[in-house]
Design a protein around this ligand. Structure first.
Ligand SMILES: [Zn+2]
Length: 410
């Protein structure tokens, strides 16, 4: 099986660290708003990867996180006058409901960042001890100059990194930093923000009511959860392409500095951005298509079909026409599977051999960097051939079609 590795920018033969065992982590949502189709694209693609790896005989341990403490959640909680925890739980539940509707299998471990705080503190302590991180007035920063490989994943130069850090809340103008590219590992909580006890924050009794303690930076959350739930080295780390910098770049710096196990991740897999009305589907642009809205008008299978008819690495533009067409495809396949019924003929036929041929074609396509669009086309061809055959000798073909659809999560 071959997969595209964003780190090497090459299609590589997939070989996990431990034979037949796959450790996989995918960055989860920050639950402050509803699930849009861009999220669904990412999680459905990784769902198919998990299902396919299992079909290939791998034992998969899959961890996904919920970034339940973050600037965005606190900001939104303030805006709507809700408790940050309640807000996070509400949107997490909505997200898991949407994923269940789309037949996305739950990960082995689905964990909240706030459940890994001791691990985060342990990692930060070690980084300070090694002189790779420094404290300044209660904030702790990672000193990027101490990590030579910083930038190797994104392949961005310093100016590009600074620009993106600025656009994505990296705050390069923060005077407490030694270098504008240094990133937060821990920060002081403001009076009205949640806070946890920590060894940092000189002169401020940490974590007590009325005396601000601290809260973690974003990137350290994932490093801690990967370590806690999967170990010091994993096979696959996934997420949307917009997470490459600074999030995943910073995760590598923290984790490899902490564990000294290189590489932290063997294969970096990133999903492409989804567009709508000519721009990236994003909260800030207000061009979101919500999964829950689509589910009111379309079947979950049709939504899944549209998502998988686009390769996970190819950016694409959503339009409703594709959903209508997908609904037709689903109807056609259902007819193929149900209407004909299994053959009662006992005469010998070659359909078994032919069916194996389909299975071979299917695995060839999926082995080639998870070519789901081509796999869906194959489903259509197989379906058409079953219809052509009429009532006789279709049982084997129907079985194969059913099984292949199952691997794709239908
Ligand atoms: Zn993450």
């Amino acid at each position: 099986m071959k997969l595209y590795n964003s780190k090497s920018r090459k299609i590589e033969i997939f070989k996990p660290v431990e034979d037949k065992k796959v450790k996989m982590y995918v960055c989860g949502i920050t639950p402050y708003d509803t699930t849009h189709l861009g999220h669904a694209f990412t999680y459905v693609c990784f769902d198919v990867l998990v299902r396919y790896l299992k079909f290939k005989g791998f034992q998969v341990t899959y961890t996904q996180n919920v970034t339940d403490i973050d600037d965005d959640i606190l900001k939104k909680a303030k805006e709507v006058g809700k408790n940050w925890k309640e807000l996070g739980q509400y949107w997490t539940d909505r997200f898991t409901t949407d994923m269940k509707a789309l037949n996305v299998l739950p990960p082995t471990y689905y964990v909240k960042a706030t459940e890994s705080l001791p691990k985060m503190i342990e990692i930060i302590k070690s980084l300070i001890q090694q002189n790779i991180a420094y404290e300044n007035e209660g904030n702790v920063y990672f000193d990027v100059k101490k990590f030579k490989a910083y930038g190797e994943l994104s392949k961005l130069n310093r100016n590009q990194m600074l620009q993106i850090a600025k656009d994505r809340g990296g705050n390069p103008d923060d005077k407490k930093k030694h270098d504008p590219l240094d990133f937060l590992l821990w920060q002081n909580s403001k009076e009205d923000e949640p806070s946890w006890d920590s060894p940092w924050g000189a002169g401020r009794p940490a974590g007590r009511r009325g005396s601000p303690g601290g809260r973690p930076g974003w990137h350290i959350e994932c490093s801690a959860m990967v370590y806690q739930y999967l170990g010091d080295q994993i096979d696959i780390h996934g997420g949307g392409r917009d997470l490459i910098f600074p999030h995943h770049e910073s995760e590598i710096a923290q984790s490899e500095s902490y564990t000294h196990k290189i590489p932290y991740v063997k294969y970096w897999i990133h999903t492409a951005m989804l567009m709508y009305n000519g721009e990236k589907m994003s909260k800030s642009l207000g061009n979101l298509i919500m999964v829950s809205d689509l589910l009111k008008k379309y079947s979950a299978s049709a939504i899944r079909w549209v998502l998988l008819s686009h390769h996970y690495r190819t950016p694409w533009e959503f339009n409703y026409k594709e959903l209508d067409e997908a609904e037709q495809e689903i109807f056609q396949i259902k007819t193929t599977l149900n209407h004909l019924g299994p053959s009662s003929h006992s005469e010998p036929d070659l359909s078994g051999e032919k069916s194996n041929e389909y299975l071979k074609q299917f695995t060839n396509l999926m082995d080639n960097d998870l070519d789901t669009p081509a796999a869906l086309s194959l489903m259509k061809i197989l379906g058409n051939n079953i219809l052509k055959k009429g009532k006789a000798n279709v049982e084997d073909s129907q079985k194969v079609l059913k099984n292949l659809l199952k691997i794709l999560g239908f």
